[in-house]
Design a protein around this ligand. Structure first.
Ligand code: GLC
Length: 543
């Protein structure tokens, strides 16, 4: 099988609003990303994925798109996007953009036209509008809480039809059985492919097709819980909840494959290696469907967003993740965090311990075969920022009346330099859209660049070194249930200690060269006999 750039890439997720402000208005923008490409290059990444920068009222931080073929003035212009793509290519960095085909914004012209037209009209048939009297058409629940249906007022002011929104009510779902919808998305894909992008991240890739009979779900709340990170504790209940997703009312339906077959034809018709990675939350045994040669190229592996700090569970997770895509000859992907999850330092306990574990988990993931997706700020070891309820922006917080705090803590503007907010993120005196904590002075890019033991140094070493690794994963019996050891080709061995005590290394590792250590980062040259708790190490066995 030939090797494609995405098979083993390190992809950096840019969340543009919080990455870097290039024009002094306290909001991140495309010019800001452009100006930091050298930073990303020196980090050792191969590609960037840009979260949405399209015109949007920002009810869901840009995942409510009013025009998928434009650039929101708050992020710049189309020529800024073109210049960014060109500069990235000069630096040999691939560019992926996010597409959001499951839904649009209520400010998309199609939705305005639908509201202004009559039930049954061509304009309404682009969405899921249903007559249902005073009750919603079925028991479906929004992923953000509350019913998945909202009732509109018709043009004459009377209460009228209901429309479907699997997410916020500001995100009406598109009707993918309508050929006009499918054709318009091909136009959008071509628009960005013509602009030179190398790939797409497909938002809610498992969601586009719906049960058009709108039948009730057996367990609608369970289905929403199946996708909640905080409820995935690895228990049998969580595993069986996952199965509720399979070919359900609005997720993972078999009809999706025909949609992606047409997308694949378009991508394959372009010169160069263009690809699409699906944000598809599906049970492991369904993952292969999304990465066949007639579907998407890649699917996100989300297991490391939730994996417990436990060597046995980790090993099992890795084995299953590789097997789930291997069946169709695809490479796995790994992510420790993204804009929807808690930051990994916080998830693994916060403080010194959380940081040590996050760094160790990064070494476990970065040495695996497949692609690694790094969410901006992860390379700095940022924790979630504390956010006061009065500052929260996430619709999840509002739709659950505050019972779920939402994702804002992981979306705070990056600290670049300086001792206090805004830490070089912007020149503006205006407050940033989410407040930065007062104790991030040691976590800025410039502070960490000068620190050989910083998380930034660890990531730049690991992301460069991993490119040299090859071959399949093989596990080595460690003799300690808290220690996982695996190897790749060329004598590369990775060990992690998730236990509370030191692990006495086996003889062959005591004699090995230490390539990288999650605590001390650079190899000291000293051969040590033990692996401390919450630590991972890369070794090279002399041949
Ligand atoms: C995806 C995005 C998330 C967004 C949701 C609705 O899961 O990653 O941020 O809220 O889709 O578009």
């Amino acid at each position: 099988m030939s090797t494609k750039w995405w098979h083993e890439a390190a992809v950096y997720q840019v969340y543009p609003r919080s990455f870097f402000d290039g024009n002094g208005d306290a909001l991140g923008d495309l010019v800001g990303v452009h100006s930091k490409l050298h930073y990303l290059k020196s980090l050792g990444i191969n590609a960037i994925w840009l979260s949405p920068f399209y015109p949007s009222p920002q009810h869901d931080s840009g995942y409510d798109v009013a025009d998928p073929r434009g650039v929101d003035p708050m992020y710049g212009t189309l020529s800024d996007a073109h210049a960014l793509i060109e500069k990235a290519h000069e630096l040999d960095i691939k560019v992926m953009v996010d597409v959001v085909p499951n839904h649009v914004s209520i400010e998309h012209p199609w939705f305005a036209a639908a509201l202004a037209s009559r039930p049954g009209s061509v304009e309404r048939r682009r969405f899921h509008f249903v007559d249902s009297g005073d009750e919603p058409p079925n028991n479906w629940v929004s992923m953000f809480g509350g019913p998945a249906w909202t009732r509109i007022r018709e043009v004459d002011g009377s209460l009228g039809q209901w429309y479907l929104h699997v997410f916020d009510s500001s995100q009406p779902d598109l009707n993918w059985t309508n050929p006009e919808v499918a054709a318009d998305w091909i136009t959008t894909l071509r628009f960005w492919l013509d602009a030179g992008v190398d790939g797409f991240r497909v938002d809610v890739a498992h969601g586009l097709a719906k049960d058009m009979t709108y039948s009730d779900l057996p367990d609608p709340v369970g289905l929403t819980q199946a996708l909640r990170f905080d409820l995935d504790d690895g228990s049998p209940e969580a595993a069986s909840r996952r199965l509720l997703i399979e070919n359900s009312g609005f997720f993972d339906r078999d009809e999706l494959q025909e949609i992606y077959r047409t997308w694949r034809e378009v991508l394959d018709s372009y010169p160069g290696d263009r690809m699409a990675v699906g944000e598809a939350w599906v049970p492991a045994h369904r993952a292969g469907r999304y990465v066949s040669p007639t579907s998407l190229h890649q699917i996100f592996g989300f297991d490391f967003l939730v994996v417990a700090w436990n060597a046995e569970i980790m090993q099992d997770t890795i084995t299953r993740a590789i097997a789930s895509v291997e069946v169709v000859g695809a490479f796995p992907t790994w992510a420790l965090s993204n804009h929807d999850s808690p930051r990994v330092v916080t998830r693994l306990g916060g403080g010194e311990k959380g940081l040590a574990r996050a760094r160790a988990l990064a070494l476990v993931a970065h040495a695996l075969p497949g692609s690694i997706y790094v969410y901006q700020g992860e390379e700095l070891g940022l924790p979630d920022a504390p956010i006061a309820d009065s500052d929260r922006q996430d619709p999840v917080f509002f739709r659950t009346a505050g019972s779920h705090k939402g994702r804002d803590g992981a979306r705070v503007p990056l600290p670049w330099s300086g001792k206090q907010a805004p830490y070089g993120f912007t020149d503006s005196m205006n407050p940033t859209w989410l407040p930065q904590p007062s104790d991030w002075a040691e976590l800025t890019v410039s502070a960490e660049q000068d620190q050989p033991r910083s998380t930034l140094s660890l990531y730049s070493h690991s992301l460069q070194l991993r490119a040299q690794f090859s071959g399949a994963v093989g596990f080595i019996e460690s003799g300690d249930p808290a220690v996982m050891i695996y190897h790749r080709d060329e004598g590369i061995v990775i060990a992690v200690n998730t236990g509370a005590g030191e692990y006495l290394l086996p003889e062959f590792l005591r004699a090995a060269e230490v390539l990288l250590d999650s605590e001390s980062v650079e190899a000291s040259g000293d051969k040590t006999e033990v692996l401390p708790p919450d630590c991972a190490r890369w070794f090279r066995i002399p041949t």
